[in-house]
Design a protein around this ligand. Structure first.
Ligand code: HEM
Length: 481
């Protein structure tokens, strides 16, 4: 009896010692040099729960603020089971963005995007899809193949919404985005296929950026199922069109190298996975930023007035020229104040990391060593630096006067990331937001004052983002700012 008791005492002691050792190793990761300061939190969970507390979308998260006070602009932590370095130093963020290629995402989340995911595959495939995407979403592609459709789709959705007294900004923006992108990427799709794809998006869980346990009933499980279903629909569409000799749509044709002189570069599976990620990234970003921009405008009567003047001038110009009511590229380029508003909104709402990379080789940052394999999150704190932006917490579009409004990246403005992973949809997102604002000013409108915009990595509107429409607008004839 005593022997059995001793045996179990030894086993339990060994387990305790092993656990203590693992916890010690977890809390004190080793490196060839000196790690940035910080703490790794609890094993596996790390500091995820503190990190994921939602906050005002126009304020940096308390988690990051507290860490900066304690450790400075570079610190280590652990989130979603991954070892993480967080930097709020713009110089370092730019350097890491330039010298590291692998997109930063904990492994547990990366697998949600699929095994074939082009973003984790070869540099060459990545280059190819970037170049194809730029042909469609660069300013030339937008000017020739997008602005007219986008204007029409936006106007139609707003007319429907206005007849009902209003609409939800984020949901409407999401529908506009999907309609514009789907047509551009896949050509005309049959209504049933479009319906099926939309259904998948509806079942797509909100806030998928969390621990990714694939257990039936959870959001992650639904997401994986929705992804599989979408892939199937997209693949079937491509195969069906190829078999019947139908047009694949310009995007797919260029992607597969089917266009004149092209060499087949990637498989249908890879292309379809790319399309899925592309839709996911665009749909998680633009409708949210757009709805937050509308909220910022609605809360600022002077901005509202200035925008109304600018858009009334464009509407008047059309009547004088007696042209059809389509928005032209010249109209878009003349929306100087609107573009100042969009830049200001992008600056203020960038309270999440915009440079995300897996460190691919050990990196020396001053006295500190960032080990290879760690995940790097670069926050754009420079947007809130009072030396760069006077009264940085204020929403003040006028601060962008005389600045280059076409630049999507500078040493003080980094909402779309940087380096080889710089956002491919930045121009599209800006055009879509401007088109939305333009058409909104056909109406007298407001957003509920109680609308709140929060952030938990992704922007959220817990009470919705309702826009109320109270009739058509009257022209403002006064001169501009
Ligand atoms: C306001 C809206 C948007 C914001 C704030 C935004 C922001 C970003 C950021 C921060 C990155 C990561 C860059 C990095 O790691 O250095 C990114 C990547 C990306 N974005 Fe956007 N984005 C927006 C809209 C869009 C849209 C509309 C599309 C597509 C139509 C899009 C497509 C992409 C793609 C494909 C990547 C990955 C690029 C790569 O890895 O090569 N984004 N975006």
């Amino acid at each position: 009896m005593v022997e059995v008791y001793e045996f179990w005492t030894v086993i339990v002691s060994l387990i305790v010692v092993k656990l203590c050792h693992l916890i010690y190793k977890w809390s004190n990761p080793t490196t060839n040099g000196k790690l940035p300061p910080g703490s790794m939190g609890f094993p596996i969970i790390g500091e995820t729960f503190e990190f994921m507390i939602s906050h005002d979308a126009c304020q940096f998260p308390e988690f990051v603020k507290k860490k900066i006070l304690r450790h400075g602009p570079l610190f280590r932590t652990s989130l979603f089971g991954a070892k993480i370095i967080i930097s709020t130093d713009i110089g370092l963020n730019m350097e890491i963005a330039k010298t590291n290629h692998i997109p930063g995402m904990p492994k547990s989340l990366a697998r949600l995007f699929g095994e074939n995911n082009l973003f984790v595959q070869s540099k060459e495939s990545h280059k190819h899809v970037r170049s194809v995407t730029t042909q469609f979403l660069g300013s030339q592609g937008l000017k020739l193949g997008m602005i007219r459709d986008m204007d029409l789709v936006t106007r139609t959705h707003m007319e429907i919404g206005a007849r009902n007294g209003g609409f939800d900004a984020k949901e409407t923006a999401s529908k506009i985005l999907m309609e514009c992108l789907a047509k551009r990427v896949m050509g005309e799709i049959e209504p049933e296929v479009a319906k099926e794809l939309t259904k998948c998006w509806i079942h797509f869980p909100k806030g998928w950026f969390r621990f990714s346990w694939n257990i039936p009933g959870t959001g992650v499980y639904r997401m994986i199922k929705a992804r599989e279903q979408m892939m199937k629909i997209l693949k079937d569409t491509v195969f069906k069109r190829r078999a019947s000799g139908e047009d694949l749509g310009e995007f797919f044709s260029v992607m597969f190298g089917d266009m004149e002189g092209g060499a087949v570069k990637i498989s249908v599976e890879e292309a379809v996975e790319y399309i899925f990620i592309f839709f996911l990234i665009s749909n998680e970003s633009t409708p949210n930023v757009l709805a937050a921009t509308v909220k910022l405008i609605s809360d600022n009567p002077k901005v509202m007035q200035e925008l109304k003047r600018e858009h009334d001038r464009i509407f008047r110009g059309r009547n004088e020229k007696e042209t059809e009511a389509d928005l032209t590229w010249e109209d878009y380029k003349s929306m100087t104040f609107t573009q100042m508003v969009i830049n200001e909104s992008l600056r203020l709402t960038s309270t999440a990391p915009t440079v995300l990379r897996i460190i691919d080789h050990e990196f020396q940052a001053g006295d500190y060593t960032i080990p290879a394999g760690w995940l790097f999150m670069g926050y754009p704190n420079v947007h809130y630096n009072p030396e760069k932006y006077d009264d940085p917490l204020a929403f003040n579009p006028w601060r962008w006067k005389e600045k280059d409004l076409t630049a999507i990246l500078s040493k003080t403005f980094i909402p779309f990331g940087a380096g080889s992973r710089l956002c491919l949809g930045a121009d599209f997102a800006k055009l879509m937001t401007a088109t939305f604002i333009h058409n909104l000013f056909r109406y007298r409108w407001s957003m509920k004052t109680e609308t709140t915009v929060l952030r938990r990595i992704i922007l959220m509107f817990p009470g919705g983002s309702d826009i109320q429409i109270s009739g058509e607008t009257e022209m403002d004839n006064s001169s501009g700012y």
